[in-house]
Design a binder for this molecule. Structure first.
Ligand code: 3PG
Length: 173
């Protein structure tokens, strides 16, 4: 398999969210900083891992995050698809969502929540992953933090330790 045949799985945590009084967790919006984080990651993705499919948790903070990312991706941005099961998803639920993705998708962006985003990266990352990226992901996974993994096989078969973590990007705002 050449590098050209590899797919890419991009796992992103939503930007920093606010805590307005009496607003349910599901409806908490991004802070202004969270919006800047999401836009910064969108610019980085445009140059490094532009997705052709976006799956997002239905929470407001994740939907706002993909809106800012899409704004930076511009015309290349796919329409984000809400996946109910991604709201506060565990690593197993995140993997299950990925397993449903059409095999024609080459770069998949999944926007979800801690701790699932970190747990799924730790679950999927193979031993030959980039150690710097592993350290960066494992040491906190900041808001809008974004992990890029290479996937050699089918989305349907992805399960454990069979993707190579190559990059971890923390927003610079
Ligand atoms: O990713 C997360 O930490 C959860 O979605 C909770 O969001 P919060 O950190 O803004 O409370």
């Amino acid at each position: 398999m050449t590098r050209h045949d590899l797919k890419h799985l991009v796992i992103m945590r939503h930007g920093e969210a606010d805590f307005p009084r009496e607003v349910p967790d599901h409806d908490r919006p991004l802070t202004p900083r969270g919006a800047r984080e999401a836009a910064d990651v969108g610019r980085w993705l445009a140059g490094n891992a532009a997705p052709d499919m976006i799956l997002t948790s239905p929470a407001l903070r994740t939907r706002q995050t993909v809106t800012w990312v899409g704004h930076e991706l511009g015309e290349k941005a796919p329409t984000p698809q809400l996946w109910e099961g991604l709201y506060n998803a565990t690593d197993a639920q995140l993997v299950a969502a990925v397993n449903h993705v059409p095999e024609t998708v080459r770069t998949l962006l999944v926007v979800a929540h801690m701790p699932g985003v970190l747990d799924v990266v730790l679950r999927l990352a193979s031993r030959d992953s980039e150690q710097d990226a592993m350290m960066d992901a494992a040491s906190g996974f900041p808001t809008a933090g974004t992990a890029v993994l290479e996937v050699a096989g089918d989305w349907a078969l992805l399960d454990g330790a069979d993707a190579r973590l190559t990059r971890f990007y923390a927003p610079r705002v």
